[in-house]
Design a protein around this ligand. Structure first.
Ligand code: GUN
Length: 292
C-alpha cells in the first residue's frame, strides 16, 4: 500500500507556481490577485479561507478577503460581486460556500463573471468542462486528477466508482473521469443515497472516489484488493483529546481499508491540500488570460 501524499504534491506545485510568478513580476507583469468573500463564521469555512489566503502568500499572489456577517443581504453581496467583476486589479474571486439560508447560492454563483470564476462553479464553466472545452475546473475534482496523474495511476478502462453526486465534487469528478483523457477514460458509476447494491458495486471498483460526507462509510468488505481509494470526506468529529475539540474524519474506514489498497489518500493531508492548490492554479491561469 502506498500513501498518496497530497500535502507534498501541493507544496511542490505551490513552489512551481511561485517560480512562475517571480518570473512574471521580473518581466514587469502584475502579481496574480485572488479575492475571497466570506459570509459569517462557520468553522470549516473560516479554516478553508485562511488556508486559501496563506496559499496565496506562498505562491506570491496578492489576496483580498472581504468579510460579511451572516445577516448580509443578497443585494449587498450581488453589489460586491458586480464591483469585483469590474475591478481590473482582481484576476479571480470566490464566494465561500455554504451561504446563509436567506441567500440563493445559485443566484450568487451565476452573478460571478465566468471569466473570473476560479472556483469553476458558474454554469458556463461547468458546461464547458462537461464537453471538454478549456475552462476553470472546480478545485477538488482537478486536485484529484492531479494526484492520479502525479502517482501514475492508470485510469484508462478502469472501473471508477464515485460515491456522492454533489455539484462541487461528485458530478464534476465523474464527468472528468469518463472523458477521453489521461487521467480519465474510465468506466464511471455514480452511487448515491438511492443506489441499490452499493456494496457490490464498490467491491468491483478499481478506483473509489468517496465524496458523500459520511465518516468511515467505506468499509474493508466494500473494497477490492489492490483498489485505489480517494477520500474526499472532511467531517468534523468531536474529539476531547484535541485542542480544537474535533478531528477531521474521512469517508473511508482508513485503518481497515488501507491494508487492502494499492494507493490511498489520508485525511487530512490527501485531497484537501490539492483543492487549495487547484484554486491557485486557476488564479494563475486567470492572471495569464490563457483560458479566456
Ligand atoms: N465550500 C466547500 N468547498 C468549496 C470550494 O471549493 N469553494 C467554495 N467557494 N466554497 C466551498
Amino acid at each position: 500500500m502506498e500513501l498518496i501524499d497530497g500535502k507534498y504534491v501541493a507544496d511542490t506545485i505551490k513552489k512551481e507556481i511561485a517560480q512562475t510568478v517571480a518570473q512574471m513580476v521580473a518581466e514587469g507583469k502584475k502579481r496574480p490577485h485572488l479575492a475571497a468573500i466570506l459570509v459569517g463564521h462557520d468553522g470549516g469555512s473560516e479554516t478553508y479561507v485562511a488556508h486559501k489566503v496563506k496559499a496565496c502568500e506562498q505562491c506570491g499572489f496578492e489576496s483580498t478577503l472581504i468579510r460579511y456577517e451572516s445577516d448580509v443581504t443578497e443585494a449587498e453581496l450581488l453589489k460586491t460581486i458586480e464591483d469585483l467583476n469590474n475591478d481590473a486589479s482582481v484576476d479571480g474571486f470566490i464566494v465561500q460556500l455554504p451561504l446563509p439560508k436567506h441567500i440563493s447560492e445559485q443566484k450568487i454563483i451565476e452573478a460571478i463573471d465566468y471569466k473570473k470564476d476560479v472556483d469553476g462553479f458558474h454554469p458556463i464553466n461547468v458546461g464547458r468542462m462537461s464537453i471538454g472545452l478549456p475552462c476553470y475546473l472546480s478545485a477538488t475534482p482537478a486536485g484529484i486528477l492531479e494526484l492520479l496523474a502525479r502517482y501514475n495511476i492508470p485510469t484508462k478502462g478502469a472501473n471508477c466508482v464515485v460515491l456522492g453526486r454533489s455539484n462541487i465534487v461528485g458530478k464534476p469528478v465523474a464527468s472528468l473521469m469518463m472523458q477521453k483523457n489521461n487521467p480519465g477514460d474510465a468506466t464511471v458509476t455514480v452511487c448515491h443515497s438511492s443506489t441499490k447494491n452499493l456494496k457490490e458495486i464498490c467491491a468491483n471498483a478499481d478506483i473509489i472516489i468517496a465524496a458523500l460526507g459520511s465518516p468511515g462509510f467505506v468499509k474493508a468488505d466494500m473494497v477490492m484488493p489492490g483498489a485505489v481509494i480517494i477520500d474526499v470526506g472532511t467531517t468534523r468529529v468531536p474529539d476531547s483529546t484535541r485542542k480544537s475539540g474535533f478531528r477531521l474524519c474521512g469517508d473511508v474506514d482508513f485503518e481497515n481499508v488501507a491494508p487492502k489498497c494499492s494507493f490511498i489518500t489520508p485525511v487530512p493531508g490527501g485531497v484537501g491540500p490539492m483543492t487549495i492548490v487547484s484554486l491557485m492554479k486557476n488564479t494563475l491561469l486567470a492572471a495569464q488570460h490563457v483560458v479566456y
